[in-house]
Ligand binder design. Structure first.
Ligand SMILES: NC(=O)c1ccc[n+]([C@@H]2O[C@H](COP(=O)([O-])OP(=O)(O)OC[C@H]3O[C@@H](n4cnc5c(N)ncnc54)[C@H](O)[C@@H]3O)[C@@H](O)[C@H]2O)c1
Length: 366
């Protein structure tokens, strides 16, 4: 519509709340959401060169970090706001909270504002599975899950549904977290084994997933816990000064990362020299680099979370919300008849009389 007709132009920005996302997941089914997200993400990783990529912008403080994660291709721009505050749970707040925007590159119009706290957990599990499908032994059935907090059920179920994991060996320094996970997964066919230490959890596992939150250079997995053929899915070491894997674990097999410039600063590979070899996952997915080469090899996915995963998740959830009619309009941008007449959006009356101006009040105090 031409603005010269002076018809008020409404910008259609949609909003997805956590309730909307939950409704989408309930309607589609969690297994289908994971499968769809992996598919969307793989398709986007195969278009790697089409994206304008940048390492996330991090603002560090004593208790945590706040990050902005932008990315764009020729059509769509997205960004995520996300924090990481491991001490938050003691204050009744989540360690990770997020929201994001998907916008049209052609005009800059924000098309979607979405919660990304739940969606980050979904996309992180989908990323882990996408990597494991390329790197773990296909006959993997037992997974150690170390760190049983917010992300853990998502990881557990994505690996159960899409990788055929049948047994979970659970460990958390907080027994209540493990009990919560066991309660939440009680209705599944997963065998849930509560373990007494990380080493105990790793015993007999085909895959080790670490998803702990602690702002320290931790060594949760040491070489003695790793046996031939294991795949390590390191999710929690995602910030400078915050690691989970002993440096010698990284030397046990090829290490795969999302986006090397970001991972070398934030991932477990931050401990390694700048020329330590890493392979970006997209190269394995498009067949230009080797993934797992033998059943005995140890493979490590040093995940930190990359903006492209949120791009895929946002576009996938937007497609679902449109198809299902879930979500609501968000009056974010002023509706204008004349796009140059922004002032009119303030409504009337807003113009102060000469007597009402701050200068007049200063000159003539009441
Ligand atoms: N790679 C990614 O894309 C990605 C995405 C989301 C979150 N994360 C990271 O994953 C981690 C977990 O996030 P969350 O939302 O589940 O946090 P959370 O605080 O809800 O849970 C973390 C759990 O780790 C446990 N823990 C801490 N130290 C431990 C140790 N030494 N051994 C065993 N358990 C330990 C805690 O008791 C807690 O239950 C965070 O560090 C977060 O930054 C990474």
């Amino acid at each position: 519509m031409n603005f010269l007709t002076r018809t008020t132009r409404h910008i259609h920005t949609a909003f997805l709340s956590p309730q909307h996302v939950a409704e989408i997941v309930q309607t589609r089914g969690l297994a289908n959401i994971f499968a769809g997200m992996v598919e969307a993400m793989r398709a986007d990783f195969l278009r790697w060169s089409e994206f304008d990529k940048t390492a996330r912008v991090a603002s560090h403080s004593a208790n945590g970090v706040i990050e902005l994660m932008p990315i764009a291709d020729a059509k769509t721009y997205t960004f995520k706001y996300v924090n990481g505050h491991p001490g938050n749970t003691l204050r009744g707040l989540s360690t990770v909270m997020a929201f994001g925007v998907l916008a049209d590159v052609d005009t800059g119009t924000p098309l979607l504002v979405s919660e990304l706290t739940l969606t980050t957990a979904l996309r992180t599990a989908a990323t882990s599975v996408m990597a494991a499908q390329a790197l773990a032994r296909p006959d993997s059935r037992v997974m150690a899950l170390i760190g049983n907090g917010s992300q853990s059920e998502f990881q557990a179920l994505a690996f159960h549904y899409l990788m055929g994991i049948e047994e979970l060996r659970l460990y958390d320094i907080d027994e209540a977290a493990t009990a919560k996970l066991m309660r939440n997964l009680a209705g599944t066919t997963l065998r849930l084994v509560k373990c007494s230490s990380a080493a105990d959890a790793a015993r007999g596992a085909d895959i080790i997933t670490t998803v702990t939150a602690d702002k320290t250079q931790a060594t949760i997995i040491t070489p003695g816990m790793v046996t031939p053929g294991m795949h390590i899915n390191g999710v929690g070491g995602d910030c400078p000064g915050k690691t989970e894997l002993h440096a010698d674990v990284l030397r046990m097999g090829p290490v795969f990362v999302e986006y090397a410039p970001q991972s070398r600063v934030e991932g477990d590979v931050q401990q390694m020299p700048a020329d330590f070899p890493v392979t970006e996952l997209w190269q394995v997915l498009n067949g230009t680099a080797d993934g797992r080469c033998s059943a005995e090899q140890v493979t490590v996915f040093d995940s930190v979370g990359f903006a492209l995963e949120d791009y895929s998740a946002l576009r996938f959830m937007r497609e679902q919300s449109i198809a299902l009619g879930i979500g609501e309009p968000l009056p974010l941008i002023p509706a204008l008849a004349d796009p140059k007449d922004l002032f009119s959006a303030l409504g009337t009356p807003v113009i102060a009389t000469p007597q009402q101006t701050p200068q007049a009040r200063k000159n003539h105090p009441a």
